[in-house]
Every structure is written in C-alpha cells, then in structure tokens.
Design a binder for this molecule. Structure first.
Ligand code: NAP
Length: 321
C-alpha cells in the first residue's frame, strides 16, 4: 500500500551533492529523507580511479567513495529511500513528490540533486547499436572488449579517461575528436599521448556506426574529417560515446527557472532556485565546474540554505499565531 510521508526536507538524488546535503541536514536535526533514484551514488559509481577528491593520498575508487558517503549520511540520521521520483508539484508549499512505488512525500523544503547523464550524438545508427557495441560507459562495458579494437568519441576528461581505461582490455583504442586539441586536464592528456595502444584522429566526427544485423554488432565506423569532409571507414568492435553530459532536470521543467541549456538556474553564490524553499545542487545546476568536490560543496550550501529557510518560515508562523 502506498504511503504519504511528511518531511522537513527531501533530497532528490544520491550523488556527492545529495549525500553532502543529507549529512548537513541530518546534523541540523532536520531528519532528511533522500530519494536515491535509479542509479544510487550517481556518476561516480560508473567511474574507476578518483585522484582529485581531497583527503585521500592513495587513488580511491568512485563506487567506494559513494558507499562511504551513503554510510555517513545514514549514520547521521538520513532516511534513505531506494525509489525513483516521477512527478513533483512545486506550485504550492508544502511540495508534493510522487514516486514510482506510489509513495508520496510532502516536503517543507526540497533539494534537487539529480545530477547529469551521458549525452548521445543522436545518430540513427548509434541508436540501432546501443547495447550492441555502442556504449556511453567504458567502466560498465570495457570488459567485453578484451583483445578488440575500440573507438572513443570526444575530447574532454571523460573521453581521455575512458580511452586510458579501455587500454586495460582492448588491443587498440582510437580517439576521434572534432577539434585539434583536447579540453581534458593536461596530466590525463600526457598519459594518453604516451600510451602505445592509443591513436588520435583529430578534426573528425562520427558520421555513422557500421554494423551487422545478425548477430547485431558493431564492425566499424565512418569518420568524417570536418575540414576536408572526407569520410573514411575504420574497423572497430566497439564505440564509446564520451561527449559530455546533460542535466537531469526534465522532472522540474516549467516549475523552476532553467538556463537555455537545461541546467537549473540558481541565485548568485546560492543554491536558491526561482521557487522559495527549493534548492538545487551539483551537476543539475553547475554547467561550469562539474566536479565531485564542487557538487559536495553545493550540497552543503543547499542544506544550510534550506535550514535557514525553514527557520525563517517557523518564525513567520509563530508571529502569525
Ligand atoms: P566535456 O568536458 O563537456 O567534454 C565533452 C567533449 O565532447 C568535448 O571535447 C567536446 O568537444 C566533445 N563533444 C561535445 N559534443 C560533441 C559532438 N556533438 N560531437 C563530437 N564531439 C562532441 O564533458 P566530459 O568529458 O564528460 O566532462 C564533464 C565534466 O566532468 C567536466 O567538467 C570534466 O572536467 C568533469 N570530469 C572530471 C573528471 C576528473 O576530474 N577526473 C573525469 C570526468 C569528467 P569540444 O572540446 O570541441 O567542445
């Protein structure tokens, strides 16, 4: 039977932003409820080595870091709910949050920490071979390419990290990038350029995924040089798309103000959205830094701002009585 639960603060999303908000809110005695979503732990659960989260001299693993954050949030008193939100009503307070299980949460304040998800090129052939040789997650699927040839599309940190990770399995990794320079961190670029298994094709884009139908599998890629328009075909068993991320903000469309690129708008130096009592933290709002540590910082800010908001509401209601 579905239940309706009232909470002072509900946090949607369980990445670094969500867990940090939960830890601060729990320690402020707000008894937070966190609805964890489909991929508890967020994007860090599908990465491997984390070398830039402060506090760890040794390389740590993304999934391990998220487990620690989850344990800490639970330990200080967060109620963790393994459910997925399918609708919110932010038109009046308290807010209503509806989940796939049928359960409803009535929230005095809300932290949106739904993060971001991998972007696709939206080529019809990419769609046809998704799950059959086309992937957006080397950590999830790299293992299937032992001794095979793979292509990585993109030039940011994700693309370079995925290419390096894939060398653990693949025979050869070809990175295809639309410009003649990567935007990835220098240290990662240097590792990539030094790696004997990795080649780079510059100024080029994926024109088409080449594959066979039975069994459905990738056999190569048609690559177009953006300067000359020449199309060449290269053989490959797998293609990894690593062209960035889009914010997971659809649930809030038309209810909170957003930037034209779909990121939730917040007040300067604040996590306050256009709806009083609704705060946004992490990759769903940050289109600039997008780091685990900045997401955690924003999560902290969101909880502190929610706490102040709830205290002010309380003062107002006492004064009104
Ligand atoms: P990103 O930095 O936005 O890079 C996306 C890459 O894909 C860019 O090189 C871009 O090309 C290319 N691209 C975008 N649209 C394309 C298209 N339609 N066709 C072909 N290429 C396309 O995304 P990201 O690498 O996923 O990283 C996202 C954020 O997470 C960044 O802030 C990154 O620093 C962070 N991150 C950090 C780490 C780490 O610190 N270890 C690891 C992973 C991600 P252009 O360069 O030409 O724009």
């Amino acid at each position: 039977m579905s239940k309706t639960t009232h909470a002072k603060i509900v946090i949607i999303g369980s990445g670094p932003a969500g867990y940090t908000a939960a830890i601060y809110a729990a320690r402020a005695m707000l008894e937070p409820v966190m609805i964890q979503g489909i991929q508890p732990g967020g994007q860090l659960t599908i990465t491997t080595d984390v070398e830039n989260y402060p506090g760890f001299a040794d390389v740590i693993q993304g999934p391990w870091l998220m487990e620690q954050m989850e344990k800490q949030a639970a330990h200080v008193g967060t109620r963790l709910v393994p459910d997925h939100v399918n609708m919110v009503d932010l038109g009046r307070r308290p807010f209503r949050i509806m989940c796939d299980s049928g359960d409803v949460y009535i929230a005095d304040s809300l932290v949106i920490a739904t993060g971001a998800q991998a972007r696709w090129l939206d080529l019809p052939s990419e769609q046809t071979f998704r799950g059959h040789g086309v992937s957006a997650c080397a950590t999830c699927d790299g293992f299937f390419y032992k001794g095979k040839d793979v292509i990585v599309i993109g030039g940011g940190n994700t693309a370079v990290e995925e290419a390096l990770f894939l060398t653990n399995f693949a025979n050869k990794v070809t990175v295809v990038h639309r410009r003649n320079a990567f935007r990835a961190e220098r240290i990662l670029q240097e590792r990539l350029f030094r790696h004997p298994k990795i080649d780079v094709i510059w100024n080029s884009v994926l024109e088409n995924v080449l594959g066979s139908e039975s069994p459905r599998k990738v056999v190569g890629a048609a690559i177009r040089n953006v300067k000359t328009s020449a199309v060449t075909e290269i053989r490959a068993d797998g293609i990894f798309i690593a062209i960035g991320h889009s914010p997971a903000s659809e649930l809030f469309a038309g209810q909170v103000e957003m930037k034209p690129n779909g990121y939730i708008k917040t007040a300067p130096f604040s996590t306050a959205t256009s709806v009083p009592g609704v705060f946004a933290a992490g990759d769903v709002t940050d289109d600039v830094y997008r780091q685990a540590v900045t997401a955690a910082g924003l999560g902290c800010m969101a909880a502190l701002e929610a706490e102040r908001f709830l205290a002010a509401q309380h003062v107002e209601s006492v004064a009104a009585e």
